[in-house]
Structures are given as structure tokens and as C-alpha cells.
Design a protein around this ligand. Structure first.
Ligand code: DAH
Length: 339
């Protein structure tokens, strides 16, 4: 019995020493100490031994088991350290590799210009409103003194959803919506998208406008001149001069086109301003009394100034963009220039 036991312990220790990983070591443990292991088998044989010798052999078996357990525990520690080292080695982080670049978003050049213009007018006491892009023919045209078949409609050919519903061609529809629900004094600007069936290097079927409206007692063309002159100085530079040219809009009387000195050449003449020294930036005027009356405002008591500008035109002037279509292609290489 003693020799058998010595042999088992000897074999078990040898196999323990040979285990190359924790998994292999566990197999050795099961083989010798497990429920069906070799020591358990020897234990079962105790019943064949004389009763008085049993305690002695029982002790010998237990001692051998304790020795083996110690041996395995020692090996286990050694293998754990080895495996951990191997793992750390194989998982090393190469801190010299370039990091992943995080791309920051930025505002679209059109949004930048809208924000700047909005800041200027809110600083001058104007509120910002918002209205629908799908508009009735009535608010987009008729109430603005542009009846059906009026020739002025030709300049704003648009997308009709039905005979009476259009994609708005101008933010001027917001003058009507505001005056119908708000009593004077009124000071609003309305930035938003407008649509016209145009498409070439200087026209996109969708573009942006900002409409402005001020209704109060005694508003005159002088107020319009002062307001827009101040606006141009704030948007471009202190040296910017403004000039009014007579024009025609059905909803204003008198009507003007407003030019500013070219931001590129400061009025000397350059390719951007086609040699004139001036750039047209907006249309404006004193609101036609008929439009006020359409909205239930007494034109004997109140007068109003209004203006509307194309944001893209201002952005193009500001940033020197040559083809307007590129503004909406959302090519990141282009947009990155305007951070
Ligand atoms: N709605 C005009 C357009 O789209 C621009 C405009 C001109 C707006 C004169 C106004 C204005 O409010 O008074 O061409």
C-alpha cells in the first residue's frame, strides 16, 4: 500500500511540474484528487485492509494528499504569474500610435450670417418670429398687394402645391401674419427659407431671406435710411456707406433697393462688385397703406417700414463665394473654411 501511495504521489508531482498552463494543472488535480481520482480510488481500497491498520494507512493517504495539494498550489501561483505576464505582454498599448481624430461640427456659413444679422436687429429692439414655409397664396401674394395675374408674380415663380397653396417665395408673408395677430407698435424680423423655381450659379431653388417690419406712428423713409445704414455699418464695417435707389415692390410705396459700398474694395471698384464699388443687399420701402388696411391697421394713424434681404447674397459678399450652389452641397471641405 505504501509503495502504491508513493508511486501515485510521485506521478502526481511529476505531472504537476509538467503542467504548462492552469487548464492543464486543473486536469492533473482532477485526475489525482477528484471524485474519481486516484487517491479516492486508494481510499476506497481501505476496506480491504485489516481494521487495526486502517487508521495508519488512512493517515498516510491524507498526508500524501496534503503534500500534493501544496505542490499544486505552488505550481498554480507560478502559472498564474506566468499567464498574467503573457497577457500583459500581448495586450500592450502602443502609445506611439496616432490617436483617433475627433471631428468638431461647426455652424453652416448661412447660419453664421443669420445669427449675425439677428444679433444686430435684436440689439436694435426687434423680436424674432418664425412662420410656415408652406404658405397660402393669400398671405404670400394677395394680401401683399400682388393679386392673381399681377405681373410682379413673374419675378417670383414658385412651386404650387394647389392653386391656393405655395412654397413661400418671400418671407414678406410674415408681415401679414404678424400684423393680423399683433397690434402696433411692431418690430420684428423673420429669418427663414424661401423657394423659387430658379437654378443657376447665382440662384438656388431654396434660399434664405430675413424680413424686417416696424409699424408705429410717424415712421418715415428717414427711419428706414437710418436703420439700414446702422445695420450695414454693424454687419460690414464702420466705413460702409449705404445708398437707396428707387425701385418697385407692390407692397411698399415708395420702394427702394439698398446698396452698400463693396466690402472687398471699399467702393473703389473690383471684380466682386463688377467695378461699380457698390453691392445691392436688400429691398425695402414704406409699407403700402393698402397692405396695412388689409391687416386691419389704420393707415391714417400708423405707418410702417419693411425690408427683405437674401442671406446667400450677403454670405457670398462676406465670404467671397463664387457659385451659390456649393453652399448647399454640404461638402465638408467647403464648410470647414467657415469655422
Ligand atoms: N420680398 C422681396 C423679395 O423677395 C424683398 C422685399 C422688398 C421685402 C421690399 C420687403 C420690402 O419687406 O419692403 O424680393
Amino acid at each position: 500500500m505504501k509503495t502504491i501511495l508513493d508511486k501515485i504521489l510521485n506521478d502526481a508531482q511529476k505531472e504537476t511540474d509538467c503542467a504548462s498552463d492552469l487548464k492543464g494543472l486543473n486536469e492533473v488535480r482532477i485526475k489525482f484528487l477528484g471524485k474519481n481520482g486516484e487517491f479516492t480510488a486508494v481510499m476506497k481500497n481501505l476496506k480491504d485492509i485489516k481494521a487495526e491498520e486502517r487508521p495508519l494507512f488512512g493517515k498516510l493517504i491524507n498526508d500524501a494528499k496534503v503534500i500534493l495539494e501544496g505542490h499544486i498550489a505552488f505550481k498554480e501561483k507560478e502559472l498564474s504569474v506566468k499567464e498574467l505576464e503573457e497577457k500583459l505582454l500581448s495586450e500592450t498599448v502602443d502609445i506611439t500610435l496616432p490617436g483617433k481624430r475627433v471631428e468638431y461640427g461647426s455652424l453652416h456659413p448661412i447660419s453664421i450670417v443669420i445669427n449675425e444679422i439677428t444679433d444686430i436687429f435684436t440689439g436694435l429692439g426687434f423680436d424674432v418670429t418664425d412662420g410656415p414655409e408652406i404658405e397660402t397664396d393669400k398671405f404670400n401674394f394677395e394680401m401683399l398687394n400682388i393679386p392673381k395675374d399681377h405681373p410682379a408674380r413673374d419675378m417670383q415663380d414658385t412651386f404650387y402645391i394647389t392653386d391656393d397653396i405655395v412654397l413661400r417665395t418671400q418671407t414678406s408673408s410674415m408681415q401679414i401674419r404678424t400684423m393680423l395677430k399683433q397690434k402696433p407698435p411692431i418690430r420684428i424680423i423673420n429669418p427663414g427659407k424661401v423657394y423659387r423655381s430658379d437654378f443657376d450659379s447665382s440662384h438656388s431653388p431654396m434660399f434664405h431671406q430675413i424680413e424686417g417690419l416696424a409699424v408705429d406712428k410717424h415712421i418715415t423713409l428717414c427711419d428706414l435710411l437710418g436703420l439700414l445704414g446702422e445695420f450695414a455699418k454693424k454687419l460690414f464695417s464702420k466705413e460702409t456707406k449705404t445708398r437707396f435707389r428707387p425701385s418697385y415692390f407692390p407692397f411698399t410705396e415708395p420702394s427702394v433697393e439698398v446698396d452698400v459700398t463693396c466690402s472687398e474694395c471699399k467702393g473703389k471698384g473690383c471684380p466682386l462688385c463688377k467695378g461699380t464699388g457698390w453691392m445691392e443687399i436688400l429691398g425695402a420701402g414704406i409699407v403700402n397703406p393698402r397692405v396695412l388696411e388689409n391687416c386691419g391697421i389704420d393707415s391714417g394713424e400708423y405707418s410702417a417700414l419693411a425690408f427683405g434681404m437674401g442671406i446667400e447674397r450677403i454670405a457670398i459678399t462676406r465670404f467671397g463665394i463664387s457659385d451659390m450652389r456649393i453652399v448647399f452641397e454640404n461638402d465638408k471641405r467647403f464648410l470647414r473654411n467657415y469655422r
